[in-house]
Design a protein around this ligand. Structure first.
Ligand SMILES: *[C@@H]1O[C@H](CO)[C@@H](O)[C@H](O)[C@H]1NC(C)=O
Ligand SMILES: *[C@@H]1O[C@H](CO)[C@@H](O)[C@H](O)[C@H]1NC(C)=O
Ligand SMILES: *[C@@H]1O[C@H](CO)[C@@H](O)[C@H](O)[C@H]1NC(C)=O
Ligand SMILES: *[C@@H]1O[C@H](CO)[C@@H](O)[C@H](O)[C@H]1NC(C)=O
Ligand SMILES: *[C@@H]1O[C@H](CO)[C@@H](O)[C@H](O)[C@H]1NC(C)=O
Length: 240
């Protein structure tokens, strides 16, 4: 094959492999991530990072139930048969290959920065998310929490189907590209990570921001009604 043709061929093969990554896993930068593989006794295999079609590096190897870390030694965490980053960095995003006895598996890791929102219990909060919807028909918006769809919205379904009446999205979301989710009467259990994405028939696209991390603060009403504990100021610092 001529060099140019070969380049095109390998590039296409790489794109093909890339598009056939079974699962695109999103992780928030700084959070831990475990690879979906077990190094069991009697098992052998390799965890690789695929930078390009000709650029593959060994991250760790597994021999008879024991992991040996080759890359990212300062952040790789081994917990019995599992391996992963104890703290992801933004540059960790990319394609990883699990070459084990089973057919090889590809994992596409997407490291995303979370937008942080904090709200006091019982109040209403809006989790921002935007996506350019101009000229794109047949879109479905999905808000997901803990890997479960929380709100699914498209031209056929209006409102957060099958979920709490405390959740809502603007009915004009498509016109304005504003997919923000409003959570009313916030409860402690609402804290967590909310992923926002848009689906068409081919793939999922992240909204902007891709994820909102919601913190719920306790209502401190008792601290307003109860007087503060008197402090003996002279005890706070050792006199010189
Ligand atoms: C992350 O892993 C490294 C290497 O195993 C270890 O030295 C470090 O203490 C770990 N950090 C945390 C926060 O667990
Ligand atoms: C190891 O994994 C177990 C089970 O997944 C978990 O309960 C434990 O906290 C982990 N230990 C460390 C040090 O991460
Ligand atoms: C987007 O919609 C939410 C309500 O769903 C609203 O609170 C927010 O202000 C809107 N954003 C802009 C920029 O208009
Ligand atoms: C979109 O993401 C969801 C949840 O992560 C997944 O179940 C679905 O298969 C994805 N769809 C496509 C077309 O990748
Ligand atoms: C405050 O602390 C000082 C020094 O320990 C002590 O002499 C004094 O009695 C204390 N006053 C009160 C109101 O507790």
């Amino acid at each position: 094959m001529a060099p140019l043709l070969r380049e095109v061929f390998f590039t296409l093969t790489f794109i093909h492999v890339f598009l056939h990554v079974a699962d695109c896993v999103k992780v928030i930068v700084g959070d831990p991530f475990k690879f979906p593989v077990n190094c069991e006794p009697g098992e052998s295999g390799t965890l690789l990072r695929v930078f390009g079609h000709n650029d593959i590096s060994e991250v760790a190897t597994c021999h008879s139930g024991k992991w040996t870390v080759k890359m990212y030694k300062d952040r790789m965490m081994i917990n019995s048969s599992k391996i992963g980053f104890n703290r992801t960095e933004y540059n960790d995003g990319g394609v990883y290959e699990l070459r084990f006895s089973k057919p090889k598996d590809l994992v596409q890791l997407e490291v995303v920065a979370a937008w942080k929102v904090s709200v006091v219990e019982d109040e209403t909060v809006t989790l921002p998310c935007y996506f350019k919807t101009t000229g794109k028909a047949g879109l479905t918006v999905v808000w997901e929490k803990n890997g479960k769809p929380l709100c699914v919205k498209n031209s056929r379904s209006d409102g957060c189907s099958g979920t709490s009446d405390r959740l809502s999205m603007s009915t004009d979301w498509f016109t304005h590209g504003n997919l923000s989710l409003t959570v009313a009467r916030v409860q402690p259990g609402d804290r967590g990570d909310y992923f926002c994405y848009v689906q068409n028939e081919h793939r999922n696209h992240s909204g902007n921001p891709a994820v909102v991390r919601l913190a719920v603060r306790e209502k401190k009403a008792h601290q307003i009604t109860t007087p503060a504990t008197p402090v003996n100021v002279s005890e706070l610092c050792e006199p010189n």
